[in-house]
Design a protein around this ligand. Structure first.
Ligand code: AGP
Length: 614
C-alpha cells in the first residue's frame, strides 16, 4: 500500500524515480509526487490520479531538475485525507527545507499535530504523514544532525512507517528508517536506491539490504551507514534479490492479470520441482521445521489470512482435514486479532499471504507466536516481513504478481496446501499409501488440465459477453468448492464492480433465494463428487425461480443442457483437486467481463496490491 522510491548517486534522478513509481503503481495509485535536490534547493512536484498526470506535470518543469542526482518519490493509496495534490507526498516542514515520503499510518498523529501546531508549525494537508515532517524538522533544528533528528522523531511516533527524508542542508544525503512497514536499500556502484518493494529497483541492481524495524540508514553516493535507533553502528546484511527484471513485463498480454492467469500451469510445475518427483515417492518439504513428534501430536490448526488468501485457506481446511484428520479453524486475520484467541504451543498456526506484508495477518501471526504456537507461513514473498516471523516457511514460487487481482498466487497457495496436507498425511500415516500415490499422480497432471482450459476460452468469453450487463451475480457451490464460489465472486466484484456474492448452495433456500428472478445470473460450480447431485437439486431450485443459469462443470452429461442456459466445461479431475481447475474459468470470466466493460483491470478503483494498514 503506497510505494516509496529514492535515489542518491551520479545519474539523472528523475527517470529512476518515475520508472520506480511505475513499477510500484500496483500498490496504490490515487496520487503521486517526487522531491529532487536541485542546484539551489529541493523542488517538489505532485499530481493527483495516475502516474501519467505526474509525468505531464514534470514535463512543464524539465529544465529545473535535469541535472539532479538525488531524490525521493511516492505513490499513494489514501488513508488520512482525500487524494488531493496537497495530501499527496512528499510532505514538507513549515519552511520547506525538509521533505519526506511515508508509507504506513502514524497512530498518534492527532496529538502530535495539536502539539506541533501550538509550537507554530503550519500544516497544509490532512495527512498523518505531515506531522513526521514537522517533527523531524523540529529535532533537526535542535541537533543540526539529520540522522539523529530522524531517530529522535521516530521515538515519539506510534504506528507503522517506512520513511525517506531529505534536507536542503544535506545536499547528498538520504535518511531512511522503518517500523512495521517494508523498506530496502538497493546497492549499486557509487549509488544507492531506496524502495518499499523490489520491483522499483530490480532493473538497476540485485544487491540489497532490507532494513529491520527501528534501524536508520544514511545514504550518500559513496557510502551507506546503518545504525540502530540509538545511533550505534550495525554492519549491514547484504543479500541478492531473487527476482528477474523480465518478470515485470506483460510479455505481449494486454494486462498483467491475463498474463498471470496464463502462467498458472508453469506456477504449478515450479512449485512441484524438488518437492514431488514421482507418485510413489515421498513429498519433500524441507522448509517445514515441525518435528515428526510434534506433527503426530498436533490436535488443532488455525489458518489466518485475508481476501483471496483467506479463500485459499478455507480450501486448505478441507485438504488438511481430509488428509490428516486434524481439526482446522480458518479465520480472517482482521477478526482474529481483536478477540481472545485460544492458541498455544500445541496449535499450529498457518499464515497465508501473497505479499507477506498484509498488516492484519502479520499482527495475527505475531500474536499467535507470542502465545507459543509454531508459525508456518505460506507466501509468495520469502523476503517479506511475514517470512521473517516464520518458524516454518513454504514459499509458493509464483513469481511476482503485479495485477491487483490475485490469480496465480492463489493457485500456488492451493498447491502449497496440497503438498503440506500430503506431507503431514505421510508422516501421520493417516491415508493408505495407494490412495496417497493416486493423489500425487493427479497433482502431476494438473498443469496439463489447466493448459486445456486456457487453450479453449470461447465459452467463457461468450458468457462474459452475455452477462456483462448484469448488476448482480451469484456463485454457488458446495463442499470444497464453496470457497471457489467466494473467490469467483471476489474476482468479479473487484475488477468489474458488479455486485457478486458466493453462497454455499444449500444456504440459497435460507434467504438468498428471495433475490432470484429472471435478471439474476446464478453460476453453479458443479464438480463431480460427493456433493454433485445435491448441488444439481439446488440449481433446480434456482431455475424454478427463473434465474439465468450457468454451469461450470467437469461432467460430460448432456442432461445439464436442459437446466442451464450456458455451460463452461473443464477437464475431469478428482474432487479434492477440483478447486484448481474450477478457479481458472472464473478468473477468466471476471477478466473478460471487466475487459468488455472497459475497466482498469490491473488497477481497479480503491484497491492496492498489498494492504499494509490494519
Ligand atoms: C485479491 O484479488 C485481493 N486483491 C486481496 O483480497 C488480497 O488477496 C488480500 O489483500 C490479501 O493479500 P495477501 O495475500 O498479500 O496477504
Amino acid at each position: 500500500m503506497c510505494g516509496i522510491v529514492g535515489y542518491v548517486g551520479n545519474k539523472s534522478v528523475m527517470d529512476i524515480l518515475v520508472d520506480g513509481l511505475e513499477q510500484l503503481e500496483y500498490r496504490g495509485y490515487d496520487s503521486s509526487g517526487v522531491a529532487v535536490m536541485c542546484e539551489d534547493e529541493i523542488k517538489v512536484y505532485k499530481a493527483i490520479g495516475k502516474l501519467n498526470n505526474l509525468r505531464e506535470e514534470l514535463l512543464k518543469h524539465k529544465g529545473e531538475y535535469e541535472k539532479s542526482t538525488m531524490g525521493i518519490g511516492h505513490i499513494r493509496w489514501a488513508t488520512h485525507g482525500a487524494p488531493t495534490v496537497l495530501n499527496a507526498h512528499p510532505h514538507t516542514c513549515t519552511c520547506g527545507n525538509l521533505v519526506i515520503v511515508h508509507n504506513g499510518i502514524i497512530e498518534n498523529y492527532k496529538e502530535l499535530r495539536e502539539q506541533l501546531s501550538k509550537e507554530g508549525c503550519v500544516f497544509r494537508s490532512q495527512t498523518d504523514t505531515e506531522v513526521v515532517a514537522h517533527l523531524v524538522a523540529k529535532m533537526y533544528a535542535k541537533t543540526k544532525d539529520l540522522p539523529k533528528a530522524v531517530r529522535e522523531a521516530t521515538k515519539q511516533i506510534d504506528g507503522a512507517y517506512a520513511l525517506c527524508v531529505m534536507h536542503n542542508d544535506c545536499k547528498n544525503t538520504l535518511v531512511l528508517t522503518k517500523r512495521n512497514a517494508p523498506l530496502l536499500v538497493g546497492i549499486g556502484e557509487n549509488e544507492f536506491f531506496a524502495a518499499s518493494d523490489v520491483p522499483a529497483i530490480i532493473k538497476h541492481t540485485k544487491k540489497a539490504m532490507y532494513l529491520n524495524d527501528n534501524q536508520v540508514v544514511v545514504l550518500t553516493p559513496e557510502k551507506m551507514i546503518l545504525t540502530d535507533i540509538e545511533g550505534n553502528e550495525i554492519s549491514p546484511k547484504i543479500e541478492l534479490l531473487p527476482w528477474e527484471p523480465v518478470a515485470l513485463s506483460k510479455m505481449g498480454y494486454k494486462h498483467y492479470m491475463l498474463k498471470e492467469i496464463h502462467e498458472q500451469p508453469d506456477v504449478i510445475r515450479n512449485i512441484l520441482v524438488g518437492k514431488l518427483h514421482a507418485p510413489d515417492e515421498n513429498i519433500i518439504l524441507n522448509e517445514v521445521k515441525l518435528t515428526k513428534e510434534t506433527l503426530k501430536n498436533l490436535n488443532r490448526i488455525q489458518i489466518i489470512a485475508c481476501g483471496t488468501s483467506l479463500h485459499a485457506a478455507m480450501i486448505g481446511k478441507y485438504i488438511i482435514e481430509s488428509f490428516c484428520g486434524i481439526a482446522v479453524d480458518v479465520e480472517a486475520s482482521s477478526e482474529y486479532i481483536y478477540r481472545k484467541t485460544v492458541t498455544d504451543k500445541h496449535t499450529l498456526v498457518i499464515g497465508v499471504s501473497q505479499s507477506g506484508e498484509t498488516a492484519d495477518t502479520l499482527t495475527a501471526i505475531k500474536q499467535a507466536k507470542a502465545k507459543g504456537s509454531h508459525i508456518l507461513i505460506i507466501t509468495n514473498r520469502p523476503d517479506s516481513a511475514m517470512a521473517r516471523e516464520a518458524d516454518s516457511l513454504v514459499p509458493v514460487n509464483a513469481g511476482i504478481e503485479v495485477s491487483v487481482a490475485a490469480t496465480k498466487s492463489y493457485t500456488a497457495q492451493l498447491m502449497a496446501f496440497y503438498l503440506l496436507g500430503l506431507y503431514m498425511a505421510e508422516i501421520k500415516e493417516s491415508v493408505p499409501v495407494a490412495e496417497l500415490n493416486s493423489y500425487k499422480a493427479e497433482m502431476m497432471l494438473l498443469p496439463q488440465k489447466i493448459e486445456q482450459i486456457l487453450a479453449h476460452t470461447e465459452d467463457i468469453q461468450k458468457c462474459a459477453r452475455v452477462y456483462s450487463s448484469t448488476k448482480d451475480f451469484i456463485f454457488v457451490a458446495r463442499g470444497i468448492n464453496f470457497p471457489t464460489a467466494l473467490e469467483g465472486a471476489l474476482k468479479l466484484k473487484e475488477i468489474s464492480y458488479i455486485n457478486a456474492t458466493g453462497y454455499p448452495a444449500g444456504e440459497l433456500k435460507h434467504g438468498p433465494i428471495a433475490m432470484l428472478d429472471e435478471t439474476m445470473p446464478v453460476l453453479s460450480i458443479l464438480m463431480k463428487g460427493c456433493v454433485y447431485e445435491k448441488l444439481l437439486s439446488n440449481s433446480e431450485e434456482a431455475k424454478a425461480r427463473n434465474a439465468r443459469m450457468i454451469a461450470l462443470t467437469n461432467s460430460k452429461s448432456e442432461k445439464l443442457e436442459d437446466l442451464f442456459d450456458n455451460i463452461i466445461r473443464v477437464p475431469e479431475v478428482q474432487e479434492l483437486f477440483s478447486p484448481l481447475v474450477a478457479i481458472v474459468p472464473l478468473q477468466l470470466l471476471a477478466y473478460y467481463i471487466a475487459e468488455f466493460l472497459g475497466k482498469d483491470v490491473d488497477q481497479p478503483r480503491n484497491l492496492a496490491k498489498s494492504v499494509t494498514v490494519e
